[in-house]
Structures are given as structure tokens and as C-alpha cells.
Design a protein around this ligand. Structure first.
Ligand code: HEM
Length: 160
């Protein structure tokens, strides 16, 4: 295995953890939790959310670092990205679209993890109705999952 292949391997493992994690949460944990009383659901979301926040941001960090190494290995330089010449080729344009999608996805994740999620948690703890806030967190999480699938689609376009 070459050094480059090792970096791609780590990149794909991190993508599996990130995408697999958000799909598992939305397709398994959230529907399964509907059988439980509200207070139990609130505690479950708090604990699972906190735990996945650490795992998720670690995976995202690894994706950004290994992704940047892969870009450099494929000829990207800071100068060519900043002056726009990097985006002249088809590969550069697909990579640009992927970078944009990753940026928006990370923004939505930050909103979910550090704003909407904690607000819902605080409301639930103070005994207020957290339904709207929890629904907002759910919308953000679903949008993030959709964008993650777009990022993987663009990643496949990069190498074929
Ligand atoms: C700033 C962030 C990122 C950068 C700069 C980046 C860059 C790249 C590059 C250059 C490749 C091509 C590797 C090759 O030569 O084979 C690649 C592949 C890939 N990326 Fe990323 N990436 C980033 C984030 C992500 C994220 C967030 C995901 C998942 C949601 C992801 C999923 C993948 C996958 C699955 C492949 C492999 C595609 C295949 O082999 O068919 N990447 N990435």
C-alpha cells in the first residue's frame, strides 16, 4: 500500500463513520425512540447527541486533513485555489462543488450541535415544551444527511 492509498483509506473510513453514523441515527435511533415516553426520549437524544458530536467532529476533522492531502497530491496548490485556476478543469470544478457542499454541511452540523440541539436540551430540562426546538434540530439533521449523500456522490465523480 502506498502512502497515498493509506490516506485515501483513512479518508474513506472517516466518511463511513460520519455518513454511517448520521444514517444510523436518522433511520434507526430516531424511529426506535418513538416508542418511549417524552422524558426518556429527551435524555436519550441528549446522551446520544453528545456522544456522536465528539465522534462526528473527529471524523470531519480527519476528512478535512486527509482530503487536503489528497488534493495536494493531485496537484492543487493554495495559489491555484486562491486565484481560481484550480477550478478551470472538470476535476477542479467537481472538487469545488464538493468543498462547497462540505462547507455548508459543516455549518449545518455546527448549528445543530452547538445551537439548536443544546437549546432543545435546555428547554426540556427546564420543563418547557421542547417540541419546536427538537423539530428544528431534526430538520437540520436531515438536511445534513442529504448533503452528506451529495458529498459522497461528488466524491465518486472525482475518481472516475
Ligand atoms: C474539505 C473536505 C474534503 C476534501 C478536501 C476531500 C477531498 C477528496 C479527494 C481529493 C478525493 C479523491 C481521492 C482519490 O484520489 O482517490 C476524495 C475522495 C473521497 N471523499 Fe473526500 N474530501 C473531503 C471531505 C469529504 C467528506 C465530508 C466525505 C463524506 C461525507 C468525503 C467522502 C469521500 C469519499 C467516499 C471518497 C472516495 C470516492 C471513491 O473512491 O469513489 N470526503 N476526497
Amino acid at each position: 500500500m502506498t502512502g497515498y492509498e493509506l490516506i485515501v483509506y483513512i479518508h474513506i473510513l472517516a466518511a463511513m463513520v460520519w455518513v454511517g453514523g448520521i444514517l444510523f441515527l436518522s433511520l434507526v435511533v430516531v424511529p426506535a425512540s418513538r416508542r418511549y415516553p417524552e422524558d426518556v426520549r429527551a435524555r436519550l437524544f441528549t446522551d446520544v447527541g453528545r456522544r456522536f458530536r465528539n465522534v462526528g467532529w473527529t471524523a470531519l476533522g480527519i476528512l478535512v486533513v486527509t482530503g487536503a492531502i489528497q488534493m495536494a497530491a493531485r496537484g492543487a496548490t493554495l495559489a491555484s485555489v486562491l486565484d481560481g485556476t484550480f477550478f478551470d478543469s472538470r476535476w477542479g470544478r467537481v472538487m469545488g462543488a464538493k468543498l462547497l457542499a462540505v462547507f455548508v454541511m459543516m455549518l449545518l452540523t455546527a448549528l445543530h450541535d452547538f445551537v439548536a440541539g443544546p437549546a432543545a436540551e435546555r428547554a426540556a430540562r427546564s420543563g418547557a415544551d421542547a417540541t419546536t426546538l427538537r423539530r428544528r434540530s431534526g430538520h437540520l439533521a436531515r438536511l445534513t444527511a442529504l448533503l452528506a449523500l451529495v458529498v459522497v456522490f461528488l466524491a465518486v465523480q472525482l475518481v472516475r
